[in-house]
Ligand binder design. Sequence first.
Ligand code: GLP
Length: 249
Amino acid sequence: MKIVFTKDYQELSLLAAQLVAQHIKEKPTLTLGLATGSTPIGMYQELVKLFKNQEIDFQHITTFNLDEYVGLVPDHKQSYNFFMQKKFFEHVNINKKNIFIPDGLTQKPTEYCAQYEQEIKNRDGIDIQILGIGRDGHIGFNEPGSPINSSTRVVNLDQLTIQDNARFFDGNINAVPKQAITMGIASILAARECVLLASGTAKAKIIERTFTGTISENIPASFLQMHPQCTIIVDQAAASLLKSIQSSQ
Ligand code: GLP
């Protein structure tokens, strides 16, 4: 596991975008795992800039998003589908048929989730998986208690996650869906490379617990310690409780 310390969110976003860009240059048919939430927004903005400057071409890549709320139509303003279109896909030349985002409206979740896993396999797996982290240590929507062998499935959201995500629903906790479809811990760990981004003081405690504590289902992100090729990019605020590691690097 490699930890990259950046001075602020802007530098974190730039580094993450450069890392993705480098991978696409090396493998134009890259399969890229994508995340939502506020943290990767800066990275998407930087990737769009690189595209506009003709430094990167998304034409042949495939993307798989980690998760989606159950029950939201794709053009609901808080759906992750809408988020991805507005923050990224609309601004670059990704081929629509190569975009995969879980369908929160599926009527056959078991079959659908198995099919999502199969689509990832059909593209020879995910080359690089971008991740954020929730304050309870969730990755994707794998809440505490998510087993290491979990695959794409429907999950119930934790109260803390619902509370944290209410800010996107005009602060209305009742408007936040209670369930989501998420890629599992096993689906995430199967990616050839994982890159987790964390910014801000609100993430300092969970970053410290995740990467200096024991590996446990109680903090799903801690499973990343087992991944052979995992990079954590943190800004100063998110890394503020990782002092001992910082000083030894
Ligand atoms: C949501 C998403 C996660 C994301 C997390 C953190 O719950 N499902 O993938 O990592 O939020 O979001 P933020 O980056 O806004 O703190």
